[in-house]
Design a protein around this ligand. Structure first.
Ligand SMILES: Cc1cc2nc3c(=O)[nH]c(=O)nc-3n(C[C@H](O)[C@H](O)[C@H](O)COP(=O)(O)OP(=O)(O)OC[C@H]3O[C@@H](n4cnc5c(N)ncnc54)[C@H](O)[C@@H]3O)c2cc1C
Length: 258
C-alpha cells in the first residue's frame, strides 16, 4: 500500500490490510517492485534496473526417504563420512562438462551432487532405521532448450540423479522409499524464488556490492519512502547468514526506524 509516495502497509492475498510505518521486503526485486506494487509508483530508470536484474536459476534438489544408509564403493559401511557433506564432483573437467550442457538448456547428464543425511545428526526427523538423503544438484537451468519443459523433464532429471548416485553407492535404488524432485520451476512456484535462483538473483559481479540489486539503490532503501529491502537480493547477497537483514535493520534505525 502506497499513499502520497510513502509505503503505508501491506495488503494480504485475502484482502486484509496491515498498516505500518516501515515496510521491509525480504523477497526479490522482481516480486517486490513489479508484482507487489501497483504500476505507476516507481521511476522508469529504476524499473529498468529491476528488469535487468538477472536470476537464471541453475540448480535443483532431489530429496529421498531411505530405508537404510547408502553404501559407498569408495568407503564401504557406516562411518563418520556419512555425517558430513558428500560430494559427487570427481574433477574440474567433470563439473565444466556438467555446466556446458546447462549452457545449452539441458540438465547435466553427469551432475554435480552435494548430499547430506540430516537424520544422522537429528534422529527425530525419521523413524528408527529410516533416513533422509537431501541432494543439491547442479546444473538444472531454469530456461530449458526449445521443445523441453520442466514438467516433463522433472522425473527424468530425478532418475538421472539416482542413477548417478548408484554409480558410487550401488545399494541406493533398493533403499528408496519416497522421492521428491524439486526443479528450478518448482522453486519459483512453491517458494517464490524467481527463475528458481536460490540466492534471489545471481551473485555475479555486476549484481554485487553497491550494485545489488540496482545501481544507486544498494543501501536497502527504495524510491518509495518507508519501503526497504532486507533479503538476499541486497548486499551482501544470498547465503545462510542473515547479514542483509541486519544491515537493513541498521539503515532503518538510522532513518528513524519504526
Ligand atoms: C536449495 C537451496 C540451497 C541453498 N544452499 C545454500 C548453501 O549451501 N549455503 C548458503 O549460504 N546458502 C544457501 N542457499 C541460500 C540461502 O538459503 C538463502 O540465501 C537465504 O535463506 C535467504 O534468506 P532470506 O531471508 O533473504 O530470504 P528467504 O529465506 O527466501 O525468505 C523470503 C521469504 O519470503 C516468503 N515469500 C515469498 N513470496 C512471498 C509472497 N508473495 N508473500 C509472502 N511471503 C513470500 C518465502 O516463503 C520466504 O519465507 C540455498 C537456498 C536454496 C533454495
Amino acid at each position: 500500500m502506497i499513499k502520497n509516495g510513502r509505503a503505508s502497509g501491506v495488503v494480504l492475498a485475502n484482502g486484509d490490510e496491515i498498516y505500518a510505518d516501515v515496510v521491509s521486503s525480504s523477497v526479490d526485486p522482481r516480486l517486490t517492485y513489479t508484482r507487489m506494487i501497483e504500476p505507476g509508483n516507481l521511476p522508469d530508470d529504476f524499473l529498468e534496473g529491476v528488469n535487468r536484474y538477472k536470476f537464471r536459476g541453475s540448480s535443483g534438489k532431489v530429496n529421498m526417504a531411505l530405508d537404510g544408509l547408502p553404501n559407498f564403493k569408495c568407503m564401504p559401511g557406516v562411518g563418520a563420512h556419512l555425517r558430513g557433506a558428500m560430494s559427487i564432483s570427481p574433477s574440474v573437467e567433470y563439473m565444466e562438462k556438467a555446466y556446458d550442457e546447462a549452457k545449452y538448456g539441458h540438465w547435466s547428464s553427469h551432475p554435480y551432487i552435494d548430499m547430506v543425511i540430516p537424520t544422522l545428526t537429528d534422529t527425530s526427523l525419521a523413524p528408527p532405521g529410516k533416513h533422509i538423503l537431501s541432494c543439491f544438484v547442479q546444473y538444472a537451468p531454469y530456461k530449458l532448450a526449445p521443445g523441453l519443459d520442466w514438467d516433463t523433464e522433472k522425473e527424468k532429471f530425478g532418475d538421472n540423479v539416482v542413477n548417478t548416485i548408484a554409480e558410487y553407492a550401488p545399494n541406493i535404488k533398493d533403499i528408496i522409499l519416497h522421492r521428491q524432485v524439486v526443479t528450478p520451476l518448482d522453486l519459483e512456484r512453491e517458494w517464490g524464488l524467481s527463475e528458481g535462483n536460490i540466492f534471489q538473483g545471481e551473485l555475479s559481479l555486476e549484481q554485487l556490492f553497491f550494485l545489488r540489486p540496482v545501481a544507486g539503490w544498494a543501501q536497502f532503501r527504495s524510491p518509495i519512502k518507508n519501503l526497504y529491502m532486507c533479503g538476499s537480493a541486497t548486499h551482501p547477497g544470498g547465503g545462510i547468514m542473515g547479514a542483509p537483514g541486519r544491515l537493513a535493520a541498521l539503515e532503518i534505525l538510522k532513518d528513524g526506524g519504526a
